[in-house]
Design a protein around this ligand. Structure first.
Ligand SMILES: Nc1ncnc2c1ncn2[C@@H]1O[C@H](COP(=O)(O)OP(=O)(O)OP(=O)(O)O)[C@@H](O)[C@H]1O
Ligand SMILES: [Mg+2]
Length: 356
């Protein structure tokens, strides 16, 4: 067995630019807990598994782990597993010896070796096939691995950090991920909260991205209005911080609130993507009619609330006849006609409909 030295390679990437810690962590409880955990585990050479939805900052956190670890002066090697075709991944990760396969004209070290005395970041770990999962397991167990075509194992010292946006427990249940590997990489796990769970941090992120992209694009976009900020805070952010950053970039470049406000549709209107079972026969007509009814009901409710349940005013605002509104109210299953009462300031509006 030989111990690897640290060859200089273009595979070792620079850590790259990162937002300041105060921006990355914001001030919500979930992020404070994450920061605490990160500071405790950064210095211990144990594998870390980072999981969370796409765009929540797993990459940033992995780089932070490296930057605050004792191996920070060593290499940072990131492997984006799905980006490397399956057949190449083994040689990319573990390297090969001359003549190991057709086309192996020389010896090539893999990224595992490149990461010696540094951090190996395996992004989207669920994409590794079973054979590579076994080789990774060996690496995590005793620090040893074998280049393709080599006679003997090599030994490396690497800190392994993995990331995934899939539920690995489900991958284990369906037989595509080894449970023993899961326990090895999951010694410490960090969960990245979605942006929905940390909506209180949105204003700070908005200010940061506004300033950052104004500088980058030499623009002078002004801070979003209170209305737009409200919409940003209420939006459900399926693409998390990445989506917010891209939206702010567009805002800075195009310079108008209209250029982004259309994207901030409330979550409730996303019924089009609702779970529709396609196992049995489905009626497109029925589903569409139901979706339109639901949407109408929500709009009518909103307008009625706005007009303190005055149906004549609401019908005018909706540009439909009074009779049509009464019919739609019934059809949408909204509450029936009751005594009118203007809500007091600060009072939650009830669902009773005013006599006009
Ligand atoms: N907490 C944060 N503070 C500032 N910027 C962030 C934060 N989280 C994510 N970003 C920004 O959002 C983008 C996506 O972040 P990152 O690549 O770390 O997400 P990810 O969780 O790895 O996503 P994926 O699962 O799609 O790979 C980056 O441009 C990053 O700078
Ligand atoms: Mg990522």
């Amino acid at each position: 067995m030989s111990t690897t030295s640290n060859p200089v390679s273009p595979l070792i990437q620079p850590l790259g630019e990162m937002p300041p810690d105060s921006v990355v962590f914001g001030s919500t409880e979930a992020m404070r807990a994450l920061r605490d955990r990160l500071s405790k585990i950064a210095g211990a050479n144990v594998p870390v598994l980072i999981h969370g939805e796409s765009g929540t900052g797993k990459d940033i956190i992995a780089r932070m782990i490296h930057a605050s670890s004792p191996w920070k002066t060593g290499p940072w090697v990131k492997v984006n597993c799905p980006a490397i075709p399956g057949t190449l991944l083994e040689s990319e990760l573990f390297g090969y010896e001359k003549g190991a396969f057709t086309g192996a004209y020389g010896t090539k070290p893999g990224r595992v070796e490149m990461a010696h005395r540094g951090t190996l970041f395996l992004d989207e770990i669920s994409e590794l096939d079973m054979a590579l999962q076994s080789k990774l397991l060996q690496l995590l167990q005793d620090g040893q691995f074998c280049r393709i075509g080599a006679q003997e194992d090599k030994k490396v010292e690497v800190r392994v950090v993995c990331a995934t946006n899939r539920k690995l427990e489900e991958e284990i249940a369906n037989g595509s991920f080894r449970s023993d590997l899961f326990y090895r990489i999951n010694v410490v796990n960090l969960h990245m909260p979605s942006l929905r769970e940390r909506a209180a941090d949105i204003p700070q992120l908005v200010s940061y991205f506004l300033e950052y992209h104004n500088r980058k694009f030499n623009s002078r976009a002004v801070h979003p209005s209170a209305d737009l900020m409200n919409a940003l805070k209420k939006y459900h952010w399926p693409g998390n911080v990445r989506e917010l950053e891209n939206l702010m970039k567009r805002y800075v470049i195009l310079g108008t609130e209209e250029s982004i406000s259309g994207d901030l549709r409330p979550h409730e209107q996303d019924f089009f993507s609702a779970d529709i079972s396609v196992d049995g026969p489905i009626s497109l007509k029925k589903i569409t009619r139901q979706a339109v009814r639901e949407l109408e009901g929500k709009i009518i409710l909103k307008v009625l609330q706005h007009h303190h349940w005055n149906r004549k005013q609401a019908a005018r605002a909706l540009n439909i006849s009074y009779r049509a509104l009464l019919y739609k109210i019934r059809d949408a299953g909204l509450p029936s006609n009751r005594a009118p009462r203007r809500p007091q300031p600060g009072e939650t509006v009830s669902h009773t409909i005013a006599a006009d």
